[in-house]
Design a binder for this molecule. Sequence first.
Ligand code: 5GP
Ligand code: ZN
Length: 111
Amino acid sequence: MDCIFCKIVKGEIPSKKVLENEKFLAFYDINPIAPIHVLIIPKEHYEKFNDTPNELFSEMAAFIKEVAKALNITDYRLITNNGSNAGQEIFHLHIHLVSNPSGKLKWPKLT
Ligand code: 5GP
Ligand code: ZN
């Protein structure tokens, strides 16, 4: 059974796309925690950061920089929740890109 993000990749669940290429997709988070909140995923399913081949991140980094350019932002934060105690709810690797173009993002205590 496909996970929810695999369904988004296949277009079986709609999403508001920012950018895509043959390997990666960027789309807006349905429940944003910042003025800009985009999720960046590989189209191939990996459960989480720790399970993802190291080689993928070089290409993914280049894609993320393209996403920032497409969003017309220079300042942003990247987050990946690796495992349920780290806050991961969807087990298909995703990197959160969050940004506040009109001010600073908070850096809260997490415990
Ligand atoms: P996690 O907690 O796994 O790091 O983050 C999962 C993120 O996926 C959450 O920020 C949540 O709002 C987002 N999300 C969950 N379901 C959907 C969906 O169907 N569409 C979109 N665009 N985002 C989703
Ligand atoms: Zn998946």
